[in-house]
Design a protein around this ligand. Structure first.
Ligand code: NDP
Ligand code: 8X3
Length: 266
């Protein structure tokens, strides 16, 4: 018996395309990855917390011919995540690409004034959630000697920006964990990519400012920000690079963005 809510449609035969698992596939960069990998002909395991949204996305993509399995869980819930991955139907077990995308920033204030709960949520999601998924999926990749982990880090992980403190630290951890994993799988065909986007207009700032949409809109004012599609294009490129090519790290900034904190607005 599965404890997870598997929603998929049955196919007589499955293609040889990659199986791509994307966490946080209901919005922004994760959703864009779902569309871009689908357009690439891949089979998708889409995970997220919002069952209704996941189901809508599944219907939209399956109508276009993509094979989609959805899994509803919070990446912070290690027990549920474990149940979902360990009970995957046989035809979905051999995950080729893991896109560790689920993540968030909460708050933008000096470190000495930060909110303890916000800190816990960011650390539990961006670091521990990513680690949970890696620990659950990568052993199968090692057994098959095939696979690719694409972690969504950030320019924020390279250098802290003012008031970014804990969020920046979590993305710095994503960089270190990506580098560490790359070393640990260096004796295999497995590849590890750390994507480091700059300003991408998604639901990110609404979440960061706890639903203050006016404040969130200001983040992207006067610049032409990146889109989720821009980041998904790089993810699909990395996943489809020739086997001997490992795109280890990519920093993707908006034009007129010099770094995480230098942004020139019109
Ligand atoms: P969005 O808020 O649009 O999307 C975030 C996604 O992650 C949502 O699907 C959200 O689901 C999911 N998510 C959040 N927490 C959890 C959780 N505990 N368990 C499962 N899913 C969760 O933001 P983005 O698309 O911008 O963010 C995606 C990633 O990109 C994040 O890791 C972020 O740090 C990173 N990033 C974003 C940048 C930007 O400027 N936007 C720049 C650099 C990196 P739900 O709706 O249920 O919360
Ligand atoms: C998200 C982008 O610049 O707000 O990682 O940190 S930024």
């Amino acid at each position: 018996m599965y404890f997870c809510n598997f929603q998929t449609i049955k196919y007589k035969s499955l293609t040889m395309n990659k199986i791509v698992l994307i966490t946080g596939a209901t919005s922004g960069i994760g959703l864009a990855c779902a569309h871009k990998f689908a357009a690439n002909g891949d089979r998708l395991i889409l995970t997220g917390r919002n069952e209704k949204l996941l189901e809508d996305i599944r219907k939209e993509l399956t109508a276009k011919g993509t094979q989609v399995l959805t899994l509803v869980f919070d990446v912070r819930d290690r027990e549920k995540a474990t149940e979902c991955i360990q009970n995957l139907p046989n035809e979905w077990k051999d995950i080729d690409v893991l896109v560790n995308n689920a993540g968030l920033a909460l708050g933008l204030e000096p470190e000495y004034q930060g909110d303890f709960e916000d800190w816990e949520t960011m650390i539990d999601t961006n670091i521990k959630g990513l680690l949970t998924m890696t620990r659950l999926v990568v052993p199968g990749m090692m057994e098959r000697n095939r696979g690719h982990i694409i972690n969504v880090g950030s320019v924020a992980g390279d250098t802290a920006y003012a008031n970014g403190n804990v969020y920046c630290a979590t993305k710095s951890a994503v960089k270190t964990l990506s580098d560490g994993l790359r070393l640990d799988v260096a004796d295999s065909n497995i590849r590890v990519t750390n994507l480091k986007p700059g300003l991408v207009e998604t639901n990110f700032s609404n979440v960061r400012f706890h639903g203050d949409t006016e404040r969130a809109a200001k983040v992207y004012k006067g610049i032409d920000p990146l889109t989720g599609d821009d980041i998904a294009d790089v993810a699909v490129y990395a996943a489809n690079a020739p086997e001997h090519v490992q795109i280890a790290e990519v920093l993707i900034l908006a034009t007129y963005q010099g770094s995480g904190s230098v942004i020139v607005r019109k």
